[in-house]
Design a protein around this ligand. Structure first.
Ligand SMILES: [Zn+2]
Ligand SMILES: [Zn+2]
Length: 230
């Protein structure tokens, strides 16, 4: 474990075991630059800090865990390293951005993601981030698509405020049940119930977010005969 006062100044190799150093240096030289470039060009996020690599493609992120207080209130705890021994897998840009969207950061205290200044070198879709969440004080979270937006809200246990895209709205119309939290449609009451109960049983965020089954009910004229997978 690492005990340092100024954790933001932590060296990138603070968690690195020397036996893995050669591996990691190869990854840093040949693969990481491409991932970093893609994070900027495809997601508009500038990665400034060198990740805490612990193996090739394995990063120790920092996160403020949600802590349940006595009495049920939920607060964010102190920054702590996530899986400080093995890290989390980062083999491509998408993986790293997924962790960012869950609130994980490369250094403690750095809640803000630096966004690429105007004129990013994007080829096809020069679209701005599709979804943003501004419910974090001064910090703004940007998500490239509905799925990552839903994951973000789930992780921070926030209501989904944004308007879903057409394909999701269509599914909500076509299926009698739909879990907006998980983005899954269901054909039957039975399947929807099973999903709801499974999530309740998982505890943690899943149980806390799936608090009211009626939120999965989309239409009134539903067909309860189907027993197929939703
Ligand atoms: Zn949020
Ligand atoms: Zn769900």
């Amino acid at each position: 474990m690492v005990y340092v006062e100024e954790k933001t100044d932590l060296a990138w190799d603070a968690f690195l075991d020397d036996s893995k150093r050669k591996h990691v240096e190869g990854f840093q030289k040949f693969i990481w630059p491409t991932i970093r470039r893609e994070i900027a060009s495809e997601y508009g996020i500038v990665v400034e800090d060198e990740p805490h690599w612990v193996d090739s493609g394995q990063v120790v992120f920092w996160q403020r865990p949600l802590v349940r207080q006595f009495g049920g209130k939920i607060l964010e705890g102190e920054w702590e390293p996530v899986s400080p021994r093995d890290g989390l897998p980062v083999q491509n840009a998408n993986q790293m951005v997924r962790y960012f969207n869950k609130g994980m950061r490369l250094r403690p205290g750095k809640t803000d993601l630096k966004i690429v200044a105007d004129n990013p070198v994007v080829k096809e879709e020069p679209a701005p981030p599709a979804y943003t969440c501004e419910r974090h004080g001064e910090n703004k979270f940007a998500m490239p698509n509905w799925k990552s937006y839903a994951q973000h809200c789930f992780h921070h246990m926030e209501e989904l405020e944004a308007e879903p895209p057409e394909n999701i709205k269509r599914q909500m119309r076509e299926f009698p049940y739909f879990c907006k939290l998980c983005n899954v449609p269901f054909k039957s009451l039975q399947n929807a119930r099973r999903h709801f109960n499974d999530q309740r049983r998982k505890g943690n965020r899943n149980a806390l977010m799936h608090k009211d089954f009626s939120e999965l009910e989309m239409t009134d004229g539903r067909d309860e005969s189907g027993g197929e997978e939703g």
